[in-house]
Design a protein around this ligand. Structure first.
Ligand code: 1GP
Length: 267
């Protein structure tokens, strides 16, 4: 397998202050016809990553990943709802631990079910703290995992949980409001977690506009995940991907952490 070293890409982009966008494809919600039109768009306008997965993992991810990889070069990262969604065809796997919950099945159970296959596959594994935050309605993650989200006004709990994940050796923190959430993760939570942890930060759930992406980036998200809105408005993919490119091109001192403009250094 030709390793792409996805985690290194994330770290390098972060170091450069370059923000990232992942398009989430849920195999459950996308039949082959949908997939063909998504691929046609992503061929012209590739995002940083394609995430594949969903909380209600009934369909196999194998065939969908194989089709995508035949058509486009963009790295495919598994974002699995459970062990059955693992695929050796992916470039990397977010090995998610649902640290906001207290269901052992999603803290370690599903990991044990899939560990041998993952190890044998050689797929890059990225241990990820997965924190569900109340997005204003019951999410599929909440229902399927039988865990409670962290209330939106409890940024200290979110932060303590994210720190615990980092101390346990996780490589990423993923703040999730749930797919199709009424409200994305509050920016106060994102900025608080960002200030108290040092691993890269992913934010997703209910992000439907470039203004919401910008708010998440400015609060400290390194990578934003968008899925649901593309299911009804696929044309938004091009808009969002172009917008992120422009955001990065126009990114100077205001949007980079610890960035000092060369003109200032030369003074
Ligand atoms: C859900 O974070 C992702 O797991 C993306 O959420 O589908 O609401 O964009 P949306």
């Amino acid at each position: 397998m030709n390793k792409k070293n996805i985690y290194k890409q994330i770290l390098v982009n972060r170091e450069k202050g370059r923000k990232m966008l992942a398009v989430l494809i849920d195999p459950e919600k996308n039949d082959l016809r949908n997939l063909a039109s998504i691929i046609a768009i992503l061929k012209i306008c590739p995002p940083d990553f394609i995430f594949i997965g969903g909380s209600h993992g009934v369909n196999s991810t194998d065939s969908i990943i194989e089709i995508i990889k035949e058509e486009i070069d963009t790295s495919v990262v598994l974002f699995p709802g459970d062990a059955s969604q693992f695929s050796k065809h992916a470039d990397a796997l977010l090995y998610l631990s649902l640290l906001s919950g207290r269901n052992p099945e999603y803290l370690i159970g599903q990991h044990i079910k899939s560990s041998v296959a993952i190890k044998q596959s050689g797929v890059e594994v990225i241990p990820t703290s997965y924190l569900l935050i109340d997005g204003g309605k019951m999410s599929t993650v909440e229902y399927i995992s039988n865990t409670k989200p962290i209330p939106r006004d409890k940024k200290e709990i979110v932060c303590s949980t994210a720190i615990a994940g980092e101390l346990l050796g996780m490589h990423l923190t993923y703040l999730e409001a749930g797919s199709g959430a009424n409200h994305p993760v509050p920016t106060e939570i994102i900025s608080h977690v960002r200030s108290m942890t040092s691993i890269p930060l992913i934010v997703g759930g209910g992000i439907c506009s470039t203004a919401a992406i910008e708010a998440a980036f400015n609060a400290g998200a390194d990578l934003v995940v968008v899925g649901n809105v593309f299911e009804t408005k696929p044309e938004k993919m091009t808009e969002f991907i172009h917008w992120v490119t422009s955001f990065n091109e126009g990114d100077t001192s205001g949007q980079r952490d610890n960035f000092i403009h060369p003109d200032i250094i030369n003074l």
